[in-house]
Design a protein around this ligand. Sequence first.
Ligand code: DGL
Length: 322
Amino acid sequence: MPSIDGCREECGGILSPMEQLPIGIFDSGLGGLTVASEVMTTLPQESIVYFGDTARCPYGPRNLEEVRRFVIEIGTWLEARPVKLMVIACNTATAAGLALAQQAFDVPVIGVVLPGARAAVRSTVNQKVGVIATAGTVESGAYSRAVRTLDAGVTVFSTPTPKFVDVVEAGLHKGPGALEDWLAESSDVFVRPSFHELARDYLAPLKRSGVDTLVLGCTHFPLLSAAIQQVMGPRVKLISSAAETAYEVAEALRRREHLAPSDHEPEHGFFTTGDPLEFARLGSRVLRRRIESAEYVSLESLMKSPSAELLTLVDGRGDASE
Ligand code: DGL
């Protein structure tokens, strides 16, 4: 199993102290940049290595075992950079593989489901929480389990909204500027006829169940929050796990005394299995900061990176993580 110490030996003893290592963040594509953005805001001195597995996006419709394998591949790649902590900035990958990643890797691994569940439990007054997510996340039952663990008195109503991922992807490819602005501005031509109808259909059962809190259980969805809020009405509080996840990252690093010093100049790196030019262009809109360039990582090299020992952990593992 690769480790920070292993890398330290391989690199001939030259390695920055742990505090200066980057935080690794990954997602099936661009959605996890909503989490990276919060981490950059909460911890401006920290360097980030972001990995978007765009070539295999979406993860949502895939079976959990396949997604677990992706988690091990990307986690192995990140650990070899090395990084001091990993964030699985994808709900589907968190639901499928967080527990496995925590077992497989030597650095702390943080997912997005528990932080989102925690924020929802804190927010609900009537003890009714809705969750919208990919089919994979909903079917895993990860949010229901996480909420039950935190407060068994809260009832969770979950609905898969897989087409929301397509709306975000389509929106990113169509208009210029920040996606939320574009959705708001173009609501007459694009959002109203297609998205609002779709959102009303998807969200009607949740509205009927009377939830006062709705978890955006997919890292793509914060980009649609204005339109989702409009459909759900002003009384329903929308929860994105991004801010809570960033807080958890800060706490985990603080506890280990691995926070970068406040005068540290961060350097961010962006990697994708898809087209790096497109990743930098579209990613800049999600991140709301300019991504100068992204680097291509081939699926072939990624699939070769985990050891046979790690891959045996993936096989036959039945249940979801959180
Ligand atoms: N960003 C992923 C998540 O949070 C959803 C997109 C996908 O299906 O890959 O679940």
